[in-house]
Unconditional design. Structure first.
Length: 298
């Protein structure tokens, strides 16, 4: 996390971070998939009964989505934030600025704002996407002349698939964004200046040309604290930054490394040898140590 420069240690750290994120996303996936599926199932039930206005079935799950997002963000922030803060304290890199308790206060002040903003935005987006998908299925069904029973069956079938694929994509993307944001908030809370380095997972799945977004090129890109990275012609503060477009952040596996900013290191002043100054009056004694000077005449 901090001052990793050896390629082997970076790869190991990268793998560990991704494994932790994978476990966290699994918790969200298990709860999110049933919520999305239920929206399809309730819509299918009303369609079979001949009800036309079905959008309220999606809205009805809004409170469950909000609770899920907030709980998940806090879980991710707790895990990632604690790891970062404990690492900082163990290396004594923040002792001259803040205590561990103060680091925690700074961290949650930043993360609570992120959680509130992201929860509101993400729930709105998920609900809107579900409504569009359901409306598309219904519109195609009507165009094909399907009966209410046939359309209801189709909605159930598509919902069973969509709820799993979308939930996985959402859980993975949101976990990744919250995890990287949490570490950034913990590091920033120390008050120290670091050089941040983008670290890309380099394999066959890495975004690279001819695709629009090039994460391979972003690998090892360095920025000072607060500066944006240039990734796929977009400005990102960290991997998974919500400001990025869907194609740039969905299923991203990049992380950040933090390197000590050498220009901010306080160095002890160099000590120079002290010259011994000998009074002029005793210099003769050094040449003739056995002689005692005469008592001066009065």
């Amino acid at each position: 996390m901090i001052d990793l420069t050896n390629d082997r240690s970076i790869r190991l750290f990268h793998r560990v971070q991704l494994l932790i994120m994978q476990r966290l996303e699994g918790a969200m996936l298990r709860k999110l998939s049933p919520i999305i599926n239920r929206q399809y199932m309730e819509t299918a039930r009303l369609i079979k009964q001949g009800v036309d206005d079905v959008q309220h079935t999606v809205n009805a799950q809004g409170h469950r989505l909000r609770n899920l997002y907030q709980q998940h963000y806090r879980r991710v922030a707790t895990v990632a934030g604690n790891r970062a803060i404990n690492k900082i304290v163990s290396e004594k890199s923040a002792e001259m600025f803040f205590t561990k308790d103060t680091l925690g206060q700074n961290f949650w002040f930043s993360m609570n704002r992120f959680i509130d903003q992201q929860t509101a935005q993400r729930v709105t987006n998920v609900q809107a996407t579900t409504k569009r998908n359901i409306a598309r299925v219904i519109g195609k069904g009507v165009e094909d002349g399907l009966s209410n029973a046939e359309l209801s069956k189709k909605l159930r079938r598509i919902g069973a698939v969509d709820s799993k694929t979308r939930a996985l994509r959402i859980a993975r993307t949101e976990t990744h964004a919250a995890f990287n944001k949490s570490i950034a908030a913990a590091i920033e809370g120390t008050g120290r200046k670091f050089i941040r380095q983008w670290s890309t997972t380099l394999d066959e799945r890495t975004r690279k040309p001819p695709g629009k977004f090039d994460h391979a090129k972003a690998n090892k890109q360095k920025r000072t604290m607060g500066a944006d990275f240039d990734v796929g012609n977009q400005k990102l503060k960290f991997p998974g930054d919500p400001r990025g477009s869907a194609g740039n952040v969905i299923n991203c596996r990049c992380i950040l490394l933090y390197l000590t900013d050498k220009s901010q290191v306080v160095r002890e002043p160099e000590l120079k040898p002290v010259e011994t100054i000998i009074p002029v009056s005793i210099l003769p004694l050094l040449d003739k140590p056995d002689e005692v000077p005469e008592k001066p005449t009065e």
